[in-house]
Design a protein around this ligand. Structure first.
Ligand SMILES: C[S@@+](CC[C@H](N)C(=O)[O-])C[C@H]1O[C@@H](n2cnc3c(N)ncnc32)[C@H](O)[C@@H]1O
Length: 216
């Protein structure tokens, strides 16, 4: 066997190992979702306006922590933040309903959800979320607002009554203070809510809808 043949044979063995490892990894749903998240992360596109990875992790942890079953997201884009929700929802047995008006982004999100193997736990509602969300009747565990900034207050006014006590209202781009000022005032002035700003540039608003204390 020549030196070149030996090197080729070693390389083949190594490549086979890699394939074995990756196929055993990708058999789990968690790794499938993470692979798609990594591929979106590795090729971030400005126009998708995806949340930063750290904020994605945060929404995932919060969703799993409160055992959320019903998550409503306003602003799907290509499905990046939706995939972070799915990472949690696969453990809680929950579902994501997500709203998007841009057809190109809807197509990308469908592709990403399918490739991640989570299309069965996600419903994408197409069209203007201001109109389409009027059909929501069920209690919401987590509401995530990440679409037209001037519309945040409208989404909040319409949908926060549906958020269950102990549920969360998350909102992105809180660092764009002027555009979301009325939203910030609404979630910080209401004594029935507890709000903190976390994540990159404190851009993720996390609002807890407090449980009513029976003694007060
Ligand atoms: C910041 S991006 C969402 C990013 C996504 N949450 C993520 O992190 O992957 C905002 C999205 O909201 C969509 N959008 C804006 N106004 C909307 C409306 N009225 N109804 C539905 N979608 C809207 C935009 O097309 C855009 O894709």
């Amino acid at each position: 066997m020549t030196i070149l043949n030996r090197a080729t044979s070693r390389l083949k063995k190594r490549t086979n190992n890699l394939h074995t490892n990756s196929s055993s990894n990708t058999s789990s749903q968690e790794n499938k979702i993470k692979q798609i998240l990594e591929s979106i992360d590795g090729n971030r596109q400005e126009k998708m306006h995806n949340v930063p990875m750290e904020d994605g992790k945060l929404i995932c942890i919060l969703t799993e922590s409160i055992k959320a079953k019903n998550v409503v997201e306003i602003g799907t884009s290509n499905g990046y933040s939706g995939l972070w929700f799915c990472l949690a929802l696969r453990n809680t047995g929950g579902r994501l309903i997500t709203y998007e008006s841009n057809q190109q982004k809807i197509a990308l999100a469908r592709e990403n959800f399918k490739e991640a193997g989570v299309d069965n736990m996600v419903t994408i509602v197409e069209g203007d979320a201001h109109k389409k969300t009027a059909n929501i009747k069920d209690a919401i565990d987590v509401l995530f607002i990440d679409a037209d900034k001037e519309g945040y207050i409208n989404y909040f006014n319409k949908l926060s009554p549906l958020v269950r006590p102990g549920g969360l209202i998350l909102a992105h781009n809180m660092d764009m203070r002027q555009r979301v000022q009325n939203y910030i005032e609404a979630v910080t002035n209401d004594p029935a809510l507890e709000t903190t700003f976390q994540g990159q540039n404190q851009g993720l608003g996390i609002t807890l809808k407090k449980r009513m204390n029976k003694q007060t």
